[in-house]
Each structure stands twice: as structure tokens, then as C-alpha cells.
Design a protein around this ligand. Structure first.
Ligand code: NDP
Length: 333
């Protein structure tokens, strides 16, 4: 067996030396346990927060302990009455090739209903994050302008498409021309902005949103959000999903004061955590699965092959290597 542990806590941008690859042995499952072979590993921006010791909504990873994240795998040995060999499961498991876990720590997924990888993306927490953040907090109405930052990433791509399904005019902000091209040609976003190549972000947002911004689905924070916040319409709604531009900052990230803007526009700005919507996951999952099967939603994945490349896949999130959901393919599904 092999596993990856947190070797040290990063200062600023994490690097390979914060991770250690270790050889171990497979733990024999006991009664009520199963042995799960990893197929896909999900790497997610929030894991950066767990690498530091700061208090947050999830406990930090411990140094010298195995990193955990969402995994889809196959049951290869079962001492549980709930699972059979060959079952495909999802759960918060260790970054290991093989995990031995209690049968309550995973649930079955149906690989014949949808590709297994989608349970870590559009049909999993990624899709649910976009669904609830956009519809519950953003509440876009037909004809309104919805701006999405991190728009070519896993969550952003789904949020933008749902906004389109609601009849909104959608503007996506992303970091490369390849991504903005994709958003326009494949996902039919109305306008896009490459925040890395524009000289004047405020002017770009103004041009892309001639009628102002009604909903801003914020994945990134920082200068991109500062610019969007200058163009808010009255009663705009701003679901704050993430702030990836600040995750590796070593100094406090200070921007313009938004209070006067909020008073003038009476905008609503609200952070959220997808887990808060757990009682409604069933509703969200069904809706996303329906839209997917009807061809109303598209998804994209960036696969890094090989368990040993998991840190590389994770680090790539912060340099924008991924289009859509970043996954690691560890073994054949
Ligand atoms: P993504 O697939 O969007 O990957 C991260 C992307 O962020 C990169 O591809 C990159 O795209 C962009 N990015 C990286 N650095 C910067 C920067 N400095 N400024 C602007 N953009 C940057 O990841 P997810 O879809 O999984 O997550 C998106 C956001 O949603 C994250 O902030 C994450 O923390 C948050 N999140 C929140 C949840 C919640 O419950 N609230 C649940 C899940 C995710 P580009 O090339 O465009 O720069």
C-alpha cells in the first residue's frame, strides 16, 4: 500500500515538500469493515485551509498524518453485511491506494447511472455547491445579469450553467483564453473576461455587464471581486462560495471597503458552506442528475494519472491548471 501524509504546514503557496509519499501495508478488514481500492481522488481548494492550523469549519490535517479527501473506489474485500466485493463507493477516505474503513464511512454509488467520476464533481459536492449557492442565495431571475468568477472551474462552470437554465445573462471570469473560449463556445456563456490579460478589470466588467450586475457568484475574492463589486445593481445578491485568491496569502488581504456600496445598492452578500444544505442534498442531487441526463448541463474534468501525482494535481488548482473538476485517476474504474 502507499499513502501521502502532510509532511509540514505550508507558508504561503504549498509545494511538493509539504507532502510525503510513504510505503505501508494493507490493513486486513475486521468485522463491519471493508477494504476499498481507490479509483478517483478529488483534490479541492478547501484542503489548503486544512493544511494550516488555523481554526475553520473543518478540522486541520495533522502533520505526519494521512491527508483525507473525497474518494470513489471499489470494495475489494468485505467483512460487512452492507457491501459486496465489486460495489463502488464514495467517502472521505485517506490519500491511500487502499483504505480499510468501517462500513458507515462510505456509501454506494451507481456506476451504471453516471460515470463514477461525476460523483466527485457535478453530481457530488461540487454540483451541490453551485446549485444551492446560486439558487438559494443568488436567486437569479430571467433576464438578470449573473457574473461568476472562477467560472471555468468545477463549481463555477455548474453555477454559470444553472444561471443560464434560469434564463439569466451569464458573464464568466477566468484566467486563460482557453478557458474563456470554452465558456463561450461550449457552455454558451454570454460574455467572458480573462482577468489575467485585461488592463482594466473594472472597465472589462462594465463592458461585459452594460446593465449592471444582479448576481455575483464569487469563487475567488481579491481584485476580481473588487472590480465586480463596483457594478452592482440595486438589491444584487452575492453568494460568497470561496476566496481562492487569498488562500496562499501570508499577509492580510486588504481591499476596498464595500460598506458604502452595499448601503447604496442594498445588496446582499452571504457566505455559505455546502454542508449546511445537507438536509436538501437529495433534492439537489436529483435535480442535477436530471439536468445532466437531459443534456442541459455539461461537465468537464481534468484528470491527472497516478496516485503519486496527487500533490501535483492539488497544487495545480492554485495556478489554474484545471478546466472543470480536477481529479486524480489512481486505478481503472
Ligand atoms: P476550481 O475547479 O475552481 O479550481 C480552482 C480555480 O481557481 C483554478 O482553476 C483557477 O482558475 C482559479 N484561481 C486560482 N488562483 C486564483 C486567483 N489568485 N485568482 C482568481 N482565480 C484563481 O475549484 P472548485 O470549483 O472546487 O472551487 C471553487 C471555489 O469554491 C474555491 O474558492 C473553493 O474553496 C470554493 N468552494 C466552496 C465550497 C463551499 O461549500 N462554500 C465548496 C466547494 C468549493 P483560473 O485559471 O480561472 O485562475
Amino acid at each position: 500500500n502507499q499513502q501521502i501524509v502532510l509532511a509540514s504546514r505550508p507558508e504561503g503557496m504549498p509545494g511538493n515538500d509539504n507532502f510525503e509519499y510513504q510505503e505501508t501495508s494493507i490493513v486486513e478488514p475486521q468485522d463491519g469493515e471493508i477494504l476499498v481500492k481507490t479509483i478517483y481522488l478529488s483534490v479541492d481548494p478547501y484542503m489548503r485551509g486544512r493544511m494550516s492550523s488555523a481554526k475553520s469549519y473543518v478540522a486541520p490535517f495533522e502533520v505526519n498524518e494521512v491527508i483525507h479527501g473525497n474518494v470513489v473506489g471499489e470494495v475489494v474485500q468485505s467483512k460487512s453485511s452492507l457491501f459486496e466485493t465489486g460495489d463502488k463507493v464514495i467517502g472521505m477516505l485517506g490519500w491511500r491506494r487502499y483504505n480499510t474503513v468501517g462500513d458507515a464511512s462510505v456509501r454506494k454509488v451507481d456506476g451504471s447511472a453516471a460515470p463514477l467520476s461525476t460523483y466527485l464533481g457535478i453530481l457530488g459536492l461540487t454540483g451541490l455547491t453551485a446549485y444551492f449557492g446560486l439558487l438559494d442565495i443568488g436567486r437569479p431571475a430571467e433576464g438578470e445579469t449573473v457574473v461568476v468568477s472562477g467560472a471555468a472551474g468545477a463549481v463555477g462552470m455548474v453555477a454559470g450553467q444553472i444561471a443560464k437554465l434560469r434564463g439569466a445573462r451569464v458573464v464568466g471570469i477566468a484566467g486563460t483564453d482557453k478557458k474563456t473560449e470554452y465558456l463561450k463556445s461550449e457552455l454558451r456563456f454570454n460574455e467572458t473576461i480573462n482577468y489575467n490579460t485585461t488592463d482594466d478589470l473594472v472597465e472589462s466588467v462594465k463592458q461585459a455587464c452594460p446593465e449592471g450586475v444582479d448576481v455575483y457568484f464569487d469563487n475567488v475574492g481579491g481584485p476580481v471581486s473588487d472590480a465586480v463589486m463596483t457594478q452592482l445593481n440595486d438589491f444584487a445578491r452575492i453568494p460568497v462560495c470561496g476566496a481562492i485568491s487569498s488562500y496562499n496569502k501570508t499577509e492580510e488581504d486588504i481591499g476596498p471597503r464595500v460598506q458604502p456600496t452595499l448601503v447604496k445598492s442594498r445588496a446582499l452578500i452571504q457566505g455559505f458552506i455546502v454542508g449546511d444544505y445537507a438536509p436538501r442534498f437529495q433534492e439537489g442531487s436529483e435535480k442535477l442528475a436530471t439536468w445532466l441526463s437531459e443534456g442541459k448541463l455539461k461537465y468537464e474534468e481534468t484528470l491527472v494519472e497516478g496516485f503519486e501525482n496527487t500533490p501535483k494535481a492539488f497544487l495545480g488548482l492554485f495556478s489554474g491548471e484545471n478546466l472543470g473538476k480536477q481529479l486524480v485517476k489512481v486505478s481503472e474504474p
